[in-house]
Design a protein around this ligand. Structure first.
Ligand code: B12
Ligand code: SF4
Ligand code: SF4
Length: 376
């Protein structure tokens, strides 16, 4: 019944596992947090015990159903990186928020399980303290590849995961086995060198973390490697050879919206709060808010080499948000000659407050004088 209903609801992958099936996750999660690789995601450190053990989260749980929904793209998302005037939004965020899509279906399936068995159920997708990837491996959906995400022989890197905990006893499936072999394509593909070792990720260096979770300025060392990625990153996922078996997302809500496939940076730089909310209504991008999004777009503008974007960057150097102003200064410093930067500084610096943006100006002017020799 569960397999049939799951398929009907659009879950292409499904497996069953037991609550004690991920004994190594606890030590590995603790090690990840102890090294500080979670960065500012404090919720990971605060929930370690419950996160690593389903029974600590819910002592009554007897079985875990893990589900996967395919969001495969039509083509390699990395192709967009060649178009510097466009912003690259990662595949998962080009239409409706998967949390809403997957959670609604999980609730429906869980309701059927509860009605049929009389047992209790709880559903989770992404935001709860549950380690979805090791559970998915234990339930036989695939294996955690060297890029740390779940790889499926049928869907490659492109599965969203969702989980149902239940008090109902259900026979576990066999765990997935590792098929990475000697491949290291994902490790070599990472633009910011975020893998300290195979199967291990330092989130602080990952573009997904830097552009989505990180609330402050993007550290300078990562701005150039970010290129035109303005929300998340797909490079390690897209590099995986197992994607040759992947297929296009069947769920229409997970196929890209035409206007989010290759949006123009010039148009995105014009977004005010109301326009941002309207453009990203129902999208996961909305979660980071206009200021963080504009910070990302400005980094891409700085990497574009397009001096035509400089006028808008100059306006944004006077934006009410210090996060936006700081990123605008960096973008300007990459788009206009040193002399013009000095003139812009003379215009903006007198009204600048000491909230980090002065430092951005100082660094930008110092870099300009070094590379272009105007102050020497
Ligand atoms: C925190 C988080 C992030 C963080 C940290 C990512 C990470 N790898 O930990 C950031 C913001 C960087 C992130 C980015 C992304 N995320 Co995310 N994220 C999560 C979240 C909420 C928790 C993950 C977690 O527990 N991390 C803690 C670490 C310790 O756990 P782990 O990754 O499983 O680590 C394992 C390995 O390191 C391994 N390991 C450690 N040491 C060793 C040693 C050896 C020898 C071996 C073999 C293994 C090994 O064991 C660990 C435990 O299993 C999950 C949802 C959830 N609740 O599970 C989504 C989730 C993992 N994210 C997801 C997605 C789609 C992404 C992005 C692709 C989004 C994007 N396009 O930008 C990127 C991918 C980046 C990447 N390469 O991982 C999906 C992945 C689906 C899948 N098929 O796997 C999830 C499951 C959400 C969902 N419900 O679909 N994410
Ligand atoms: S998502 Fe991008 S930045 Fe993050 S680990 Fe993968 S390739 Fe590196
Ligand atoms: S790219 Fe290669 S190493 Fe990375 S997850 Fe895929 S098969 Fe494994």
């Amino acid at each position: 019944m569960i397999r049939g209903e799951a398929r009907r609801l659009g879950f292409e992958a499904l497996g069953f596992t037991a609550p004690d099936s991920i004994p190594r996750a606890d030590g590995r999660l603790r090690d990840f947090v102890a090294r500080g690789w979670h960065g500012s995601m404090d919720w990971m450190a605060e929930t370690t015990e419950r996160r690593a053990s389903p029974s600590a989260l819910w002592p009554e749980v007897r079985s875990i159903v893990v589900l996967g929904m395919n969001y495969g793209p039509a083509s390699d998302p990395r192709a967009l990186q060649a178009r510097a005037d466009r912003g690259a939004i990662s595949v998962y965020a080009r239409n409706r928020d998967y949390h809403d899509v997957v959670k609604g279906r999980l609730k429906e399936l869980a309701g059927k399980i509860a009605a049929r068995s009389g047992g209790d159920v709880k559903v989770f997708v992404d935001t709860a303290p549950v380690m979805e990837k090791p559970l998915a491996e234990a339930a036989g959906l695939g294996w955690q590849g060297k890029h740390t995400n779940l790889v499926s022989r049928e869907f490659g890197s492109w599965l969203f995961l969702g989980v149902i905990f239940t008090t109902v006893p259900l026979e576990p499936d066999e765990a997935g086995t590792d098929h990475c072999g000697t491949c290291r394509a994902c490790l070599d593909a990472c633009p910011t060198d975020a893998f300290p070792a195979p199967y291990r990720l330092d989130a602080r260096r990952c573009i997904s973390y830097l552009t989505i979770e990180n609330k402050g300025p993007i550290p300078t060392e990562f701005r150039a490697p970010i290129g035109n990625r303005i929300y998340g990153c797909d490079d390690c996922l897209a590099a995986c050879p197992w994607n040759k078996f992947a297929s296009l997302a069947a769920e229409m809500k997970l196929r890209p919206r035409a206007d989010l496939e290759e949006p123009r940076l010039a148009a995105l730089l014009d977004l005010d709060d109301a326009a941002f909310r309207a453009l990203f209504a129902g999208s996961p991008v909305k979660r980071i808010g206009r200021d963080r999004f504009l910070r990302n777009v400005l980094v891409a503008a700085g990497n574009s080499g397009d001096a035509g974007l400089a006028a808008r960057c100059r306006d944004l150097a006077a934006d009410p948000s210090p996060l936006v102003r700081g990123a605008a200064v960096w973008a300007l410093s990459r788009l206009i000659p040193a002399e013009a930067l000095r003139i812009a500084a003379a215009e903006h610096l007198p009204s600048e407050r000491d909230d980090g943006v002065l430092g951005e100006w100082r660094d930008a002017l110092a870099a300009a004088s070094r590379t272009k020799g105007i102050f020497s």
